[in-house]
Design a binder for this molecule. Sequence first.
Ligand code: CA
Length: 228
Amino acid sequence: MAKENILVVEDEEAIQELVRYNLSREGFSVQEAASGEEALERVHKQAPALILLDLMLPELDGLEVCKRLKSDERTQHIPIIMLTAKSEDADVVTGLELGADDYITKPFSPRVLVARVRALLRRNKREESDKEETIQIQNLLIHPGRHEVLVDGEVIPLTHTEFQVLHLLARRPGWVFTRYQIVDAVHGDDYAVTERSVDVQIVSLRKKLGDAGKKIATVRGVGYKLEE
Ligand code: CA
C-alpha cells in the first residue's frame, strides 16, 4: 500500500524537522512547505492525505490558507490540523469555523501529534466511504459523492455521461463491459446514449484523462475495461 502523504506547513525549521522525523518513522511520506503560498502550490500539485498547518506563517498566514483550501471544492475534503501557539485561542476558533478539523497547541508531544494524525485520517476515511466509496486506481481518483474525477490531484472536468462511463468501468477494474452494458448503465441521462456513442465517450474520456486515460483499454470485439 502506498504511504499516506502528509503536508507539513511550518516556517520554523526545528519544528518542521521534528514533525517530519516522527511522521516518517511512523510510515508516512512527508512533504513540506515553509510559507502559505508554497503550501497552496503543493496541495494543487499533489493533494496530501492530511495537512498540518502552522497558523503563524510569513505572507499568507495559516488561517488564510485554511480558508482557501476549505472553500475550494477540489481541496475541501483534505483534513487540516492546525498547529498553534497558546496565545492563538481566538485564531483556533476562527480556524475551526473556517473548516479546519483539529488543532494541536505547541509545544506538543510527537506521540500525541502522530495519534491525532492517525485518528483524523481514520475519521476522514470513514466519512468518505459513508458517502459512497471513493475509488482510487493509481493516480486516478473518483469521488462519486462529489461527481469528481482527479488525476494527480487535479480535477478533470467531465460531462455527466463521461463521468458515469468512467465510474462504471472503475467500479470493477479489469472487468470487461460491453457497449450494450455501458449504454444500459448510463442511459436515461442528458441525451440518448447509443452503442456507437459509447465509443465517442471513450475517445473523449481518454483525451481528458491524459496519461491516466491509457488505463481505459479496448477489448476488441467486446467492449472496454479499465486496467488495474
Ligand atoms: Ca510559524
